[in-house]
Design a protein around this ligand. Structure first.
Ligand code: HEC
Length: 228
């Protein structure tokens, strides 16, 4: 996550805080007919832990903001290990950016390698595991090479007991315990820096990630296990 962050005018923040304080949750999702936008926080002081499942079920945006703050403080783009096979290169898959680089919270790297090397074994990461992926644009001169970092960040965070909105089917949950969010991280074209896509609703992510259930909903792990 970049250091430079969109500074929202104080008035907008004040209006947003007032709307959060005074409108019931159900109304907040639809402000003037359009979904309310969710931006990352400028000030992360006071955030020292990931949110709980209850926090995330109560408010997707507040959950995403807390996650983003927590992860930002860890400087993942510098300090976290790149996943085996997740280094910056052209992305041949049908979704996400043309170039991606994928990292994992350090404690979970060993599990990733163990699950990768045991394809028959259902994968299940520890709660608190975070997968962090950055998207990149190519340069104008060479469309085949990544050049402009941080078009988007994608985060998947495993939170004990969480189930994405509307994803529970009987006793099982599409998307396991993962909260997923996409962050627009640069003022490029239509993207606004700091905007959490789709107001932080992670359900749409699992339309695709559902196919990777046996790899704990993680596509890259699923691909390695199926096509080593
Ligand atoms: C159209 C299908 C599709 C959708 C929708 C989708 N993904 Fe993915 N995702 C993939 C594929 C394929 C990969 C593996 C290739 C890659 O890393 O880009 C992947 C990989 C990832 C990874 C790296 C870890 C892993 O699973 O391998 C993260 C993190 C991620 N996606 C987050 C998200 C988030 C957050 C959303 C929703 C905002 C989302 N994805 C929506 C298809 C999808």
């Amino acid at each position: 996550m970049r250091g430079k962050r969109r500074a929202l005018p104080a008035l907008v923040i004040a209006m947003w805080m007032a709307s959060q304080a005074f409108s019931p949750m159900a109304e907040r999702a639809v402000a003037g007919g359009a979904p309310q936008q969710c931006f990352v926080l400028d000030d992360c002081s006071g955030v020292s832990a990931l949110p709980s499942a209850d926090d995330c079920e109560a408010d997707d945006c507040a959950c995403a903001q807390q996650i983003e703050c927590y992860v930002r403080g860890q400087e993942p783009a510098i300090l976290w290990p790149v996943l085996p096979g997740g280094s910056l290169e052209i992305n041949r898959n049908f979704f996400h950016n043309r170039f991606v680089e994928t990292r994992i919270s350090p404690d979970a790297l060993e599990d990733w390698v163990a699950f990768r090397d045991a394809p028959g074994r259902p994968a299940s990461f520890a709660h608190g595991t975070i997968v962090y992926k950055q998207g990149f644009f190519p340069s104008d001169e060479d469309v085949g090479a990544p050049a402009v970092p941080a078009q988007s960040d994608y985060l998947m965070v495993k939170i004990a007991g969480y189930c994405p909105d509307g994803s529970s089917v009987g006793n099982s949950c599409l998307g396991g315990d993962w909260f997923a969010l996409e962050l627009n991280n640069a003022d490029i074209g239509i993207l606004e820096a700091g905007l959490v896509a789709e107001s932080a609703k992670s359900t749409r992510c699992f339309a695709c990630h559902a196919a990777a259930e046996s790899a704990d909903w993680l596509w890259q792990l699923h691909s390695f296990r199926r096509f080593p």
